[in-house]
Design a binder for this molecule. Structure first.
Ligand SMILES: Nc1ncnc2c1ncn2[C@@H]1O[C@H](COP(=O)(O)OP(=O)(O)O)[C@@H](O)[C@H]1O
Ligand SMILES: [Mg+2]
Length: 249
């Protein structure tokens, strides 16, 4: 593990009583901080709850570009930090501190945003040190996993924002294995997801983000899990509210 805790400086947050400090999970971050106790952490919650805002700020706090990319490299335009990225403070483990204070080339990490993943894949495909396989001959999902498996091979901070978008069921299982392995080699993963599959990664901690702020919840007790379980066993339970009675008359 590399990052033990995230906090927000009260003075900076207090001075900014506007977005994103008004979001419930950011208020929790400001008042209580967020402890990372497991090498793999998931943020789950409804659209608009603040997952991306928090992941981006952690990326900026660690020194990863918020556009998504490898530590120490910039993709796209130089952008100012986000307001939360400016205010966030990260507390490091011994290994994390060594990485932060060492030479820039020793800083390992990657931030994979759902929206930019495809462009990023094309951009880095010709660069050495990434991977040798020809991504042009692969599907989006295959290329995505190849990149992940190649790049995510050493201790570093790996941030992902809804990586499941490109992945089939089987590919999600491969990603679970990969994230789990990363946890075991001293890396750290923080991942926003809507996928109950990814969130079931053994040994991971799940933080539910929403109007209540941030709360640790067991996989079995997640609303996400309950909805999928109910939907898979009886789609009509949901659909009849949306499109009236379904099925044979
Ligand atoms: N630059 C911004 N300025 C103001 N509000 C924003 C900005 N970016 C996102 N938001 C709002 O902040 C909330 C949280 O967004 P986001 O972190 O993207 O949620 P999630 O990733 O959980 O879907 C949303 O209501 C969104 O509209
Ligand atoms: Mg998001």
């Amino acid at each position: 593990m590399l990052v033990e805790r995230a906090t927000v400086q009260a003075t900076e947050a207090g001075a900014a009583a506007s977005w994103p400090f008004t979001l419930a999970p950011v208020r929790t971050l400001t008042s209580e901080g967020l402890n990372f106790t497991k090498p793999v952490t998931f943020l789950v919650g409804e659209n608009g709850s603040g997952k991306s805002t928090i992941i981006e700020a952690i990326a900026e706090g660690f020194g990863l570009d918020a556009h998504g990319g490898r530590a120490g490299r910039k993709y796209g335009n130089d952008r100012e930090k986000t307001p939360l990225g400016e205010a966030i403070g990260l507390e490091y483990t011994r290994a994390g501190s060594r990485m932060q204070t060492g030479p820039r080339s020793k800083k390992r990490g990657f931030f994979l945003r759902a929206e930019t993943a495809f462009g990023l894949l094309n951009f880095v495909s010709g660069m050495s040190g990434y991977w040798d396989e020809n991504l042009g001959e692969m599907s989006h999902g295959e290329g995505f996993l190849t990149v992940l498996e190649t790049m995510f091979a050493e201790p570093g901070l790996y941030l992902m924002d809804e990586p499941e978008a490109a992945l089939s069921f089987t590919s999600c299982l491969r990603l679970i294995a990969l994230m789990h392995r990363l946890g075991e080699i001293g890396a750290q993963v923080i991942c926003a997801t809507h996928s109950p599959i990814l969130a079931s990664t053994p040994g991971a901690e799940i933080i539910e983000v929403g109007e209540h702020g941030m709360e640790r919840v067991a996989w079995e007790d997640l609303e996400l899990t309950a909805h999928w379980r109910r939907y898979m066993s009886d789609p009509d339970f949901y659909l009849r509210h949306l499109i009236g009675e379904t099925g044979p008359a």
